[in-house]
Design a protein around this ligand. Structure first.
Ligand SMILES: Nc1ncnc2c1ncn2[C@@H]1O[C@H](COP(=O)(O)OP(=O)(O)O)[C@@H](O)[C@H]1O
Ligand SMILES: [Mg+2]
Length: 262
């Protein structure tokens, strides 16, 4: 089976038996219900699953943007619960990049200023060679002086990706980065993310519900009802669709074991 997990890889992020509950008593929602996952360094990992399956919650916990109800998260070798507030702020700033569905660029700043904003806030200078590599990879050298409203959606999202990458974080999380883009612009962004992994050695985790988007990655982890229900390596759109169908059938069988859900 192509799904065998490589044993010798470095783990860039790890979740162990994560539970996340929102609300109380009758209003309680179990967004994550015992999720364990290893994200390997230098890989492009996709997280897929139906709406409400816990994908965004998992991203936020892995990126240290929110805390779990129970369970542990590691970024590299660091267990997040061992960090104090100051150390957490530093980890969020230096080790984690995040790309959102809405590009979240500052409209009054140029592309270049947006890309360098997190470093400016942190009082850090960019590593020039890395900055050049990111700018060339993102393919926006001739747009660096443009403001977001002078760029297409795909270009804006590539700026947001460059902003997430420029500080050379341990890991980048992207939550439906192509969700607001047409397929051509989406493909530009996906190619850039894939190139960042393959050529620049970045580690990226991307949430998507699009099998074509997920086919740009090395590995797909499937969530349903707050649990990891399956995974596959070297995904293709057709194999992803087939696997999603199988997961759906299994879910129906659980609800109607007598075959009542024909
Ligand atoms: N801040 C919140 N307060 C209450 N419920 C939430 C909150 N965030 C997410 N949820 C619920 O948790 C579940 C998982 O949500 P989410 O992680 O956003 O799923 P996905 O990203 O897969 O669509 C959903 O039922 C959602 O309604
Ligand atoms: Mg979501």
């Amino acid at each position: 089976m192509p799904d065998a997990v490589p044993t010798s890889r470095t783990v860039a992020a790890r979740a162990v038996d994560l539970h996340k509950t929102y609300g109380k008593q009758e209003a309680e929602v179990r967004a994550l219900d015992g999720v364990s996952i290893d994200v390997y360094a230098g890989e492009f990992t996709a997280v897929m699953g139906p709406s409400g399956s816990g994908k965004s919650t998992l991203m936020h916990l892995l990126a240290a943007l929110d805390t779990a109800t129970s369970g542990t998260v590691f970024i590299g070798d660091t267990e997040l619960s061992t960090l104090n507030d100051k150390q957490l702020t530093k980890l969020r700033r230096d080790d984690v990049g995040f790309v959102f569905q809405a590009f979240n660029l500052v409209p009054t700043l140029t592309a270049k200023e947006n890309i360098l904003l997190p470093l400016s806030i942190a009082g850090r200078k960019p590593d020039e060679a890395w900055y050049d590599e990111v700018i060339d990879t993102v393919g926006l050298r001739d747009r660096l002086d443009h403001r977001p409203n002078e760029m297409s959606g795909g270009q804006q999202q590539r700026v947001a990706c460059a902003r997430a990458l420029v500080g050379r974080p341990t890991i980048v999380f992207a939550d439906e980065p192509t969700g607001n883009l047409d397929s051509t612009s989406g493909a530009e962004v996906l190619k850039f993310l894939q190139h960042s992994v393959r050529e620049l050695g970045q580690t990226i985790v991307m949430v998507t519900h699009d099998p074509v988007a997920a086919s740009y990655t090395d590995r797909v982890v499937f969530l349903a009802d707050g649990k990891v229900v399956d995974e596959m390596r070297d995904p293709r759109p057709d194999t992803i669709l087939e696997r999603m169908a199988r997961i759906q059938v299994r879910a129906l069988e659980t609800v109607a074991p007598e075959g009542g859900a024909a």
